[in-house]
Every structure is written in structure tokens, then in C-alpha cells.
Design a protein around this ligand. Sequence first.
Ligand SMILES: C[S@@+](CC[C@H](N)C(=O)[O-])C[C@H]1O[C@@H](n2cnc3c(N)ncnc32)[C@H](O)[C@@H]1O
Length: 285
Amino acid sequence: MNNIDVLPLNMILNEDCLVGMKKIPDNSIDLIIADPPYNLSKGGEWKWDNSVKLDGMGGNWNKAKEDWDDFSFDSYFEFTNAWLKEAKRILKSTGSMWIFGTYHNMGIINVICQKLNIEIINEVIWYKRNAFPNLSGRRLTASHETILWCNKGGKKREYYFNYEFSKNGDFSSDNLKAPGKQMRTVWDMSNNKSREELLYGKHPTQKPIKILERLIKLSSKEGDVMLTPFAGSGSECVAAKVNSRNYIGFEIEKEYYDIAIERLENALPNSNQITFLDNVNMLED
Ligand SMILES: C[S@@+](CC[C@H](N)C(=O)[O-])C[C@H]1O[C@@H](n2cnc3c(N)ncnc32)[C@H](O)[C@@H]1O
């Protein structure tokens, strides 16, 4: 039997990814997009105003104030090691993994990738040109996230890369991408979401579909299987579906799982939906 026959394809499971990923066979996934908890919720009140100060961390931050985002340093380290170990096991040697983070957690993720011999291909800086201003005026305005592009590691470098798309795709809204030139590692994209992306409810750290679509097109083919361990409101799965990829998602919180299910029911496979929506009805965060 082919590995693909035993995968829970085109489903989001309301389950802990550490449990769920254990049921996925070795070397069966083409693409992993992981947007893990950032470990930014440290007690106190919910804030949307970028005024939260975290000990040992410069900058002010919107606080997610979520139980799923509140770890001790050691437990975050162990958690990251556990999910990355599973991710490496299930990823094909031809596959890719993209991991989102900020400087609060990316140092840990980078070190653990190296420890597990997961190869880091590139570190992308997602420049958010519409970042919320720093209200205290005592720090620089935080205006980027980091995305690591990785492969399974090992001697052969077999990961798929759509070089043609990276060079000649339509990136007209990215002021840092010159048409017909090689794609660089700094991407200029607002964090705005279209009305349709927010129609079924909001997630505090929801990713815009347009950046996920770029990751998917750069590193996978139609019909491939994309897995996201931390599905949230389902953005990665929606981006996979509208780009004719199969998807598997895990989301531990029922509230977000429900939003994701509704979004997926209303996303059209193999559609131009996202590209079209990227240019209209954009909302501020
Ligand atoms: C940073 S958010 C992802 C947001 C997502 N990219 C989106 O656009 O909606 C991380 C998500 O992981 C979920 N989560 C945390 N720990 C988890 C676990 N062990 N298994 C599955 N989901 C988990 C949280 O509930 C949260 O929704």
C-alpha cells in the first residue's frame, strides 16, 4: 500500500499534534508549514496595543494571552524538540519544511534544527510594512518575522524548488522583488488579511494566505501533501486547498478548529480565489 492511502488527507484534526503526528508514516509528507506557539503569553491581561514588556526580551508586543502559548523555557525547549523530531521523521527527502517565528522562539528552533540534523536552506525575513507603531517611543518598531526553510537533512539534497516561479512569478505587490530576478530572502508583505479570510472568526496570530501561498508554490507541486502541526484558523490548509494540494492539519483548541473547518468548507479547490482577493478588500490588522 502507498503511504498516501493511509494518510488522513484533506482533514483538520482537533488533536494535539504530538499525538497526531505519531500516526503518520515515515517519509510520507511533501511539505510542512509550521507556525508554532511563540511563547509570548506570560500571565496578566490580554493586550492588543503593543505595550507588553517581556522580561529579557526587548521590544513591546501584542500579547496573545493564550494557555497554548505559555511555557517555561525548559518546557518550550522540550516541546519544540518533540514536534521537530516527528516533523523530520514524516517529511520526505524530497520535501520542505517552513517554520515561522520571532526572536523569542526562533533561536530555540534554529538550535534544535541543527541538533536534529534538519538542514536550514534559507532564513527568510518577512518584512511587515504595516507593522503597528511602538507606543512607548523607547524602542525600534518590531516589523518582521523570521521564516526558516528547511529540508530533512542527510547527504542528498533532493528537496523540490520551483526556481522558475521564484524568479518569474508575479510578485508585483512586493516592493523588494525585482521582476525576472532571483528571489532574495527579504520579502515585503503587509500582514493584512482580506475580508474573506476573517469571515468565520479571528485567530490572534492568523497568517495572511498570500504568504502561505508563496511558500506552497515555491516548494511543492499540485497533488502533494502539506501538513501543518499548528493549524489555528486553518490558513495553511486553505492555502493548500485553493492551490490544489492535499492537506492535513492538527489544532488543539476547539474554537480555532471550528473556524478552520468553516473556512475550508467555503474555500474553492484549484481556484484563483486567493490571488484575486490579495488585491481587493484588504483590512488593517
Ligand atoms: C501561532 S498559532 C497558528 C495560527 C495559524 N497559522 C493561522 O493562520 O491561523 C498556533 C496554534 O497552535 C495551536 N497549538 C498549540 N499547541 C498545539 C499542539 N500541541 N497541537 C496542535 N495545536 C497546537 C494553538 O491552539 C494555536 O491555534
